[in-house]
Design a protein around this ligand. Structure first.
Ligand SMILES: N[C@@H](CCC(=O)N[C@@H](CS)C(=O)NCC(=O)O)C(=O)O
Length: 264
């Protein structure tokens, strides 16, 4: 058997948390037509944290986690960190090079986005989000002071950084001019950015308005990012995995309403 085929016989278990970064790993597994299973975890409806069962998958209790079972019998591997997982999958399983640029300089751009998405963009969004809900979780009596501090941090620093990053990404897309972040077809760059740009922002415009106090229309301010988000939304594989997971999550909630959440 040719090595490429042997690799395609490998099996995967994705530990997938709802409304999380793990969705793009699922999308990539589907795009690469790999043999995978999904283990579903639900967030606590109030704290929005993952369940304690995620700690059985990995000591950090975070998702995504990918278990890899090699067809050649070598020792299974457990992978964490979205960018790293995606890099591993693209390097080893994109046999037909469908999602890999041919130009080595373009490959470097993909690698850059695999780091940028989690290293810079996602943490910024998370901080904005946490500051915007800080008042609600603050103890009674400290809510007003918490609001002043968290709003001050967002207004004085994080909203500015958010605009900086989004404007930068808009210009990058315009510069490439193909509708994709790298090259002229879907690559790991678009797949990893689907969560911070499409899911967090362009599929959540009302939430963005509340958090960033941006009154102008984001789709008009950032037309290239808006059109790119539409491309993600319309991707048949993205639609298929999204609809499938929505159905599975609804089933899980219905059949197991006492899903055990970790209270922290
Ligand atoms: N940098 C990590 C972040 C992983 C992460 O924080 N995952 C979140 C989901 S978006 C999580 O599992 N949260 C559950 C919790 O912290 O309780 C990655 O890219 O995989």
């Amino acid at each position: 058997m040719a090595p490429a085929q042997a690799l395609m016989e490998d099996k995967f278990i994705l530990h997938w948390l709802d409304e999380s970064r793990s969705h793009r790993v699922l999308w990539l597994l589907d795009l690469l037509e790999l043999d995978y299973e999904v283990k579903i975890y639900l967030r606590h409806p109030e704290t929005w944290r993952g369940p304690k069962e995620l700690f059985n998958a990995h000591p950090t209790g975070k998702s995504p986690i990918l278990d890899v079972f090699f067809a050649d019998g070598s020792e299974p591997m457990k992978l964490a960190e979205t960018g790293f997982i995606m890099q591993f999958l693209l390097r080893n399983y994109d046999i037909k090079k469908k999602f890999t640029p041919t130009d080595p300089r373009d490959q470097l751009r993909v690698d850059y986005y695999l780091h940028f998405a989690e290293g810079s963009l996602q943490n910024l969004w998370l901080t904005l989000l946490i500051n915007s809900v800080a008042k609600e979780v603050a103890p009674f009596g400290l809510k007003n002071v918490t609001k002043v501090i968290s709003k001050g941090l967002n207004n004085g620093y994080y909203i500015h950084e958010f605009r900086l990053f989004i404007s930068y990404l808009e210009k990058e897309l315009e510069k490439v001019g193909t509708g994709y972040f790298v090259s002229d077809h879907l690559t790991g760059a678009d797949i990893i950015l689907s969560f911070p740009i499409y899911e967090n922002i362009f599929d959540n415009l009302e939430g963005v308005r509340e958090i960033t106090r941006e009154k102008r229309d984001m789709t008009k301010l950032f037309p290239h990012l808006a059109a790119w988000s539409q491309m993600i939304r319309n991707d048949p594989s993205y639609q298929r995995v999204t609809a499938y997971m929505e159905e599975k999550v609804a089933e899980l909630i219905q059949t197991n309403p006492k899903f055990t959440y970790q209270h922290r």
